[in-house]
Write a protein that binds this ligand. Sequence first.
Ligand code: G6P
Length: 368
Amino acid sequence: LSMEKGEYRHYMLKEIHEQPAALRDTLTGLFTEDRVLTAILGPEAEKRLHEVQNIHIVACGTSYHAGLVARYWIEDIAGLACNVEIASEFRYRRVAVPANTLLVCISQSGETADTLAALRHARHEGYLATLAICNVPGSSLAREADWRLLTKAGPEIGVASTKAFTTQLAALLWLSAALAQTHGAPPEITGEIVRALHGLPTQVEQALQQDADIQRLAERFANKQHTLFLGRGPLYPIAMEGALKLKEISYIHAEAYAAGELKHGPLALVDESMPVVSVAPNCQLLEKLKSNLEEVRARGGQLINFACETADMQDQDGITHIHMPWVNSCIAPILYTLPLQLLSYYVALVKGTDVDKPRNLAKSVTVE
Ligand code: G6P
């Protein structure tokens, strides 16, 4: 994964397309065929992971969204309590730390001031251990944590994070499976996750082939002032990440809502000038989302829904479905990130913004 832009017009587009390779590199050495290898965290890891009863996750920006997805995974797969907090909040408050809590700090750069300060602040708070999930091996965060789980995304130049995010998610799904395994989960549960992760890079490659469809969609957003992103369950933080990408590089105001909250406020804003984007893999939540989609349509809203090709959903007035390849639900948050990255990229392109260096933003926020 090189530093050159090569055939790509922007680093961001190059980095979006590097995700299959970045995921392959990140996942190498983390499993056997169907078992999680915990030894990469160190010799005592198996025993220490077994002792973990709670998880606190701290991060900023896109890395925080990865943490929010992980909460769904850790509680669902490993059955352990998990809290997620923005580092700039965590570092300035008294946090109640239950016995046997693992602190996980997520940071692409490993140099974000607030995340680093959170790790240092936690040193005297009685955590069982600290784990840095980081893309830069020699960074301050990676050096100072007890354990490190390195993502192998390679250098990320575009300010808007893409491949760092999906590799963080892969690392966090590994962590969820590692916690489940060390807490005695049935091998079929962890085996299913391991197999899904083995197939992930290829499925990401397939999902990226939708480039042209999404490019066409982008035209519809370019002259809009506001957009709404909806998701449920672990796809809710993916909706948040989709909204963040659009804000960062296309300067369109975007907000994400858990689909079930639509009626509690944002529905009042929906009209033909506010497109709504939803992400709905084919799972038990899809039926619920269908009623939200109807609510939007009934108010004249334009809805763009990313849904599994196996879901029975046809285009109709006001609703466009973009079909995604079927995936195991545990990796759906990773897969459904891709079209949202592409969407924000192509909207920015239509608007002619500086995609790789959006105004007012920095790649790494090393001062408070
Ligand atoms: C900045 C970047 C974001 C990034 C965040 C956290 O705001 O623009 O893309 O998600 O910092 O960075 P980190 O290196 O800690 O993941």
